[in-house]
Design a protein around this ligand. Structure first.
Ligand SMILES: NC(=O)C1=CN([C@@H]2O[C@H](COP(=O)(O)OP(=O)(O)OC[C@H]3O[C@@H](n4cnc5c(N)ncnc54)[C@H](OP(=O)(O)O)[C@@H]3O)[C@@H](O)[C@H]2O)C=CC1
Ligand SMILES: N[C@@H](CC=O)C(=O)O
Length: 424
């Protein structure tokens, strides 16, 4: 039987999971593809840390050993980050290697040029694992929503932050304690900054939007807020109002435009997204014909992510058998037009500090009246001469919110701490 030789770049959390799956699931792979898979060579930074790797696998610190090996037909890029991963993938594609990667940073930033390079060289470039770890969401959107018009994709697409929020609210852990555990469990990026600032989720929303709407966004095209400034008091107050705060990514078609945002968001306690805990992710895809659908699973971790990588390897292998490599993973393309702020409508959670003196509340009410918005729920707590006012508004537009912020900014006695969307 013919053997497909694989070269790996990286043998960390995901790479180790991939190796384990290839070694343990040989029979099924042979049954499904008619080919054996063999990992021939692996690029790492620190070979001394990987001495337990199987004897027949060569470790190397030189990328040329992988990308210039004529026997290797599939290169797995699992080192992460933009450089040198981009140059390694480009070199592999130029050498006519099919590439599988889990790298959302790279695909969200340089997706179109890498996709073109792969196509020009008749190679596959697949990246199912780049969004929501173990949830097979990209292939599902491409294949199973091929004819339906998707109107919204929203969800929890970062495992680390969901793990942190869950541990803080359910176990009473500190932010630092929860982040450290997420790193030890292999959920966080090598540098967790992108996880906690929302950028990792934003990369995933760029890729999801491309698959769902055909738009080519950049992370700078939309607002991204992480959980690094989330305040324990706001989490508690949201809970008292019947909401859970989650880091939610939303991409929603509004008229001809698309609204995209990543931000801490109040989710009603009985909403499906409110029940997604720990490193689990969930993506809700709404289609005009099908209505709401929900895809749930582990969003981070070695073996779950490896399963998505393996699904790409199997697809590439089937293409090698049929000699059909070089088709686009997703070829839907449409121009991106940002939705107008006056068309983006949500209730908002506003957390405000101000002096506990007569007249302050009236000022706040006047500002709301000026922007033609209103409160649906409000609480006030006092401490040390300060009033902490927490409001849930009725539905208002993103434009009204911007006007509210601008007016409050002019009044030094009113300090707006947080303004989060409330999911409908
Ligand atoms: N962890 C997860 O749950 C998920 C991760 N991903 C993505 O998968 C990719 C891999 O992540 P993960 O496995 O967690 O990362 P790790 O940090 O655990 O592993 C990275 C691996 O790449 C090697 N490496 C890094 N830089 C270089 C370099 N310049 N040259 C050679 N080798 C290098 C490291 O070598 P050494 O071991 O010798 O130091 C290590 O083996 C990333 O793109 C990540 O975003 C996607 C979904 C989930
Ligand atoms: N750091 C990421 C890993 C998967 O993409 C996350 O926590 O979701």
């Amino acid at each position: 039987m013919e053997t497909i030789q694989i070269g790996m770049l990286g043998l960390g959390t995901v790479g180790s999971g991939v190796l384990q799956m290839i070694q343990h699931n040989e029979d099924k792979v042979v049954n499904v593809t008619g080919r054996q898979l063999n990992v021939k060579r692996v690029l790492v930074n620190h070979p001394e840390r990987h001495q337990d790797v199987a004897e027949n696998i060569e470790l190397t610190t030189s990328v040329e050993d992988v990308i210039n090996d004529d026997e290797i037909q599939i290169v797995l890029e699992l080192i992460g980050g933009i450089h040198p991963a981009k140059e390694y993938i480009e070199a592999a594609l130029r050498n006519h290697k099919n590439v599988v990667t889990a790298n959302k940073d790279l695909l969200a930033t340089y997706g179109p040029e890498l996709v073109k390079l792969a196509h020009d060289h008749h190679c596959d470039l697949m990246y199912e694992a780049s969004v929501a770890g173990g949830i097979p969401i990209l292939r599902t959107i491409t294949n199973s929503f091929a004819a339906d018009k998707i109107t919204e994709v929203k969800g929890i697409v970062n495992g680390t932050t969901n793990y942190i929020l869950t541990q803080m609210s359910q176990q009473g852990w500190s932010y630092d304690q929860a982040l450290k555990a997420a790193q030890q469990l292999g959920f966080a990026e090598a540098d967790p900054t992108n996880d906690v600032t929302g950028k990792d989720a934003a990369y995933k929303m760029v890729i999801l939007s491309q698959f769902a709407f055909g738009t080519q966004l950049a992370v700078d095209d939309f607002a991204v807020t992480g959980i690094d400034h989330l305040n324990g008091f706001d989490v508690q107050q949201a809970g008292k109002f019947g909401y859970v705060i989650k880091l939610v990514g939303i991409a929603q078609v509004i008229d001809d435009g698309v609204f995209v945002e990543v931000a801490p968001t109040l989710v009603p306690a009985d909403h499906p997204l409110a029940t997604i805990n720990n490193e689990y992710n969930a993506v809700m895809v709404t289609g005009e014909a099908v209505g709401d659908t929900l895809f749930y699973g582990p969003g981070a971790g070695g073996l779950p992510t490896a399963n998505s990588v393996l699904s790409d390897i199997i697809s590439v292998t089937k293409n090698l058998v049929l000699k059909t490599n070089g088709n686009f993973f997703n070829n839907y393309q449409r121009q991106y037009i940002p939705a107008a702020p006056r068309d983006v409508v949500y209730p908002y959670f506003l957390s405000i500090m101000m002096p506990d003196v007569p007249g302050q509340m009236l000022k706040l009410t006047q500002i709301m009246t000026e922007i033609d918005a209103s409160f649906s729920q409000i609480t006030q707590t006092e401490a040390d001469g300060l009033a902490h006012v927490v409001i849930i508004t009725h539905e208002m537009t993103a434009q009204q919110l911007a006007d509210f912020k601008a007016r409050v900014a002019k009044d030094s006695s009113i300090n707006l701490g947080a303004a989060y969307k409330v999911l409908k």
